[in-house]
Design a binder for this molecule. Structure first.
Ligand SMILES: CC(=O)CC(=O)SCCNC(=O)CCNC(=O)[C@H](O)C(C)(C)COP(=O)(O)OP(=O)(O)OC[C@H]1O[C@@H](n2cnc3c(N)ncnc32)[C@H](O)[C@@H]1OP(=O)(O)O
Ligand SMILES: NC(=O)C1=CN([C@@H]2O[C@H](COP(=O)(O)OP(=O)(O)OC[C@H]3O[C@@H](n4cnc5c(N)ncnc54)[C@H](OP(=O)(O)O)[C@@H]3O)[C@@H](O)[C@H]2O)C=CC1
Length: 283
């Protein structure tokens, strides 16, 4: 099947990046969020990224305008009525995702693929609320989307080979590399990454070292581009907590229990870079 028109749900950190790379690859993109202000925040980030590309000589001003011209605003899920694929990147919450997928199943054309950028939630459970589970799939991008090469593609229990193939082809068209994974909590990326981040928060909580020292050890000692606490701020502490909860509930092992300090920060609204404060403070 050929994909031409894409709808992205959620114009946050991930949704805006996904919309950008799809428009760069020539797809027509509808970027949906609940309010026009959220869309504007997302398109603002995309415009900033493209302007930097023009300044650095990686794109011409004409290319930038053409890319922006391929993205249109939506605050109504009914705009999914003529798209070929929907990539959902709303918050990491099963109830919200299931509500969105139920509605999309009614609205989207029968051939359309319903993909989710979930970091950890079971694809099979999201697919179960639709009448087209064979067309539901995980298309998990990494942050920052314009930079990172990987797309983890997750097959739900019922995902068809044809749908997997279409999503894999699209990933190559986006100039990214697909890796196939089965549907278990956190998939591969967050099954391995998030316990490391959670352990770093425990190390801070237990006073083993300062936040800077923890980050320095992992940066300089293990050659990670960012220390785990900086990376947690970058991902969003709310998203980190949701993922740890999914691992804890889904795998039932106490080794995945979220650190109380992570819970406390999220409860305080310290969500990391996106809210101006997490383990570190941002302007
Ligand atoms: C939670 C999940 O479900 C899954 C996840 O996504 S987990 C998170 C996965 N991501 C990571 O682990 C990221 C780790 N960090 C990194 O790889 C790097 O620190 C980084 C790429 C983010 C920044 O790299 P850096 O060298 O430290 O900084 P910087 O020099 O500013 O950026 C490098 C390039 O990326 C670009 N870039 C950085 N952030 C960007 C963003 N948010 N959007 C677009 N481009 C960006 C910069 O423009 C720069 O490109 P040029 O040098 O060609 O202009
Ligand atoms: N952050 C990361 O590094 C990564 C995140 N992900 C996943 O991507 C998804 C989005 O994460 P991220 O972009 O970081 O989160 P953000 O909080 O930045 O963005 C989420 C966006 O979705 C909007 N939203 C919430 N509910 C709805 C809804 N019902 N309909 C439409 N839009 C809605 C939010 O609006 P509002 O601002 O009002 O809440 C916000 O604009 C999550 O599932 C997350 O797990 C995947 C890979 C990496």
């Amino acid at each position: 099947m050929e994909i031409k028109k894409v709808m992205v749900i959620g114009a946050g950190q991930m949704g805006s990046g996904i919309a950008q790379v799809c428009a760069q690859a020539g797809f027509e993109v509808i970027l949906n969020d609940m309010k026009q202000a959220f869309y504007e925040r997302g398109i603002g980030v995309i415009t900033k990224n493209l302007t930097r590309d023009v300044e650095k000589g990686r794109k011409t001003a004409e290319q930038k305008e053409a890319i922006l011209g391929r993205i249109t605003m939506s605050v109504d899920l009914n705009d999914a009525k003529d798209v070929d694929i929907i990539i959902e990147a709303a918050v990491e919450n099963m109830e919200i995702k299931q509500t969105i997928f139920k509605q999309l199943d009614e609205i989207a054309p029968s051939h359309a693929i319903l993909a989710t950028n979930t970091s950890s939630l079971p694809i099979t459970e999201i697919a179960a609320v639709t009448k087209r589970p064979a067309q539901v799939i995980g298309m998990h991008y990494m942050n920052p989307v314009p930079v990172m090469k990987l797309v983890e593609i997750i097959r739900g229990l019922a995902t068809s080979d044809e749908v997997y193939q279409a999503v894999e082809n699209m990933t190559y068209q986006l100039d990214k590399t697909p890796v196939e994974v089965n549907d278990f909590p956190g998939f591969i990326s967050n099954r391995i990454l998030m316990p490391m981040i959670n352990e770093a928060v425990y190390a801070l909580y237990e006073g083993v070292a300062s936040k800077e020292a923890i980050d320095d050890v992992m940066k300089m000692g293990m050659n990670h581009p960012m220390g785990p606490l900086t990376l947690a701020d970058f991902i969003g502490l709310d998203t980190c907590l949701y993922i740890m909860e999914v691992l804890h509930d889904g795998l039932g092992d106490s080794k995945y229990r979220p650190c109380p300090l992570l819970r406390k920060y999220v409860a305080a609204g310290w969500l990391g870079k996106k809210s101006g404060r997490g383990f570190y403070e941002y302007e």
